[in-house]
Design a protein around this ligand. Structure first.
Ligand code: PGA
Length: 251
C-alpha cells in the first residue's frame, strides 16, 4: 500500500512569527482529526528549525521548498541539503514549476538536487507538469515523461522508492483553474505507467503521486477519490489552517 499524503507548500509567504502562528493554528485544527495520511508542511528555510521543534510528537512532518544543487562551499545565499536535514526536516520539494520558470532550474540542476537530497537523508517531493501551451498542443504526456527521464530515471529502483511525485499542471497553479478529476486521473495513470516501464509494476504501484494546482477545501475530496491520485500538494489553501485541515480530512 502506497503512502497517502497531503503536503502544504507555503512558498514565499509568512514571516517567522506568522509562520509560528500558522503552525500553532494547524496543530489546534488537527487535534480532533486522526489523519489517515502523511501530513507535511513545506516552509521557507528560515522557519524550518523553529517549526521542527514545534511539531515534535505530532503527526506533522516538515519539508523545505528547495535545496542547493551543490554540497557545500562558496555559494553565497544557498542552503544545502545537509543544512536542511540538520533542521529536522525530512522532505524537500524539488523541481517546483516556479523554480524551473523563475530560477531556470533545468533537468541537470534538478538531477543534482535530487541526488544531494537523497544522499543527505531527505525524501524529495519532485514536481512535474506541463504549461498551458503544451496541453493545448496535446504534448503534455511527453513533457512530463521528459521531466521524469531528465531528472529522475538515472536513480536506482531503491533510490526512486524514496521519491514522492507531484503532478502540478502549471496552468492550474495559483490560477483557480483546477484540473478536472478526469484530467488528473488520466495523467496520474500515465505517470504510473511510465514509472512501471522504467522500474517495474511494484515500484510504480508503491509510488505516491500527488496532485497540485488550485486544490482546495471544496474540490479536494473529488480529486482524491481517483485511484491514482494519492493526495495533494497544496499552495494557497495551505496558508489557512481550517482549509488545510479540511483537505487533510478529505484524504
Ligand atoms: P496552489 O499551488 O495550490 O496555490 O495552486 C500549488 C503549488 O504550487 O504547489
Amino acid at each position: 500500500m502506497r503512502t497517502k499524503m497531503v503536503a502544504g507548500n507555503w512558498k514565499m509567504n509568512k514571516t517567522l512569527q506568522e509562520g509560528v502562528a500558522l503552525v500553532d493554528e494547524l496543530k489546534e485544527q488537527l487535534k480532533g482529526i486522526e489523519p489517515k495520511c502523511e501530513v507535511v508542511i513545506a516552509t521557507p528555510f528560515i522557519h524550518l528549525a523553529t517549526v521542527a521543534q514545534m511539531i515534535e510528537g505530532t503527526c506533522i512532518r516538515l519539508a523545505a521548498e528547495n535545496c542547493a544543487d551543490k554540497a557545500s562551499g562558496a555559494y553565497t545565499g544557498e542552503v544545502s541539503a545537509a543544512m536542511v536535514r540538520s533542521t529536522g526536516a525530512q522532505y524537500c520539494i524539488i523541481g517546483h514549476s516556479e523554480r524551473r520558470q523563475y530560477y531556470h532550474e533545468d533537468y541537470d540542476i534538478l538531477r543534482e538536487k535530487v541526488q544531494l537530497a537523497l544522499a543527505n537523508g531527505l525524501k524529495p517531493i519532485f514536481c512535474i507538469g506541463e504549461v498551458k501551451e503544451e496541453r493545448e498542443a496535446n504534448i503534455h504526456e511527453q513533457v512530463v515523461k521528459d521531466q521524469l527521464e531528465g531528472s529522475l530515471f538515472n536513480l536506482s529502483a531503491e533510490e526512486f522508492g524514496k521519491i514522492t511525485l507531484a503532478y502540478e499542471p502549471v496552468w492550474a497553479i495559483g490560477t483557480g483553474l483546477t484540473a478536472t478529476p478526469q484530467q488528473a486521473q488520466a495523467m496520474h495513470a500515465y505517470i504510473r505507467k511510465t514509472v512501471a516501464e522504467k522500474y517495474g509494476k511494484q515500484v510504480a504501484d508503491d509510488t505516491t503521486i500527488l496532485y497540485g494546482g488550485s486544490c482546495n477545501a471544496k474540490n479536494a475530496a473529488e480529486l482524491f477519490s481517483n485511484p491514482d491520485v494519492d493526495g495533494g500538494l497544496i499552495g494557497g489553501a495551505s496558508l489557512k489552517a481550517p482549509d488545510f485541515a479540511t483537505i487533510i480530512a478529505a484524504r
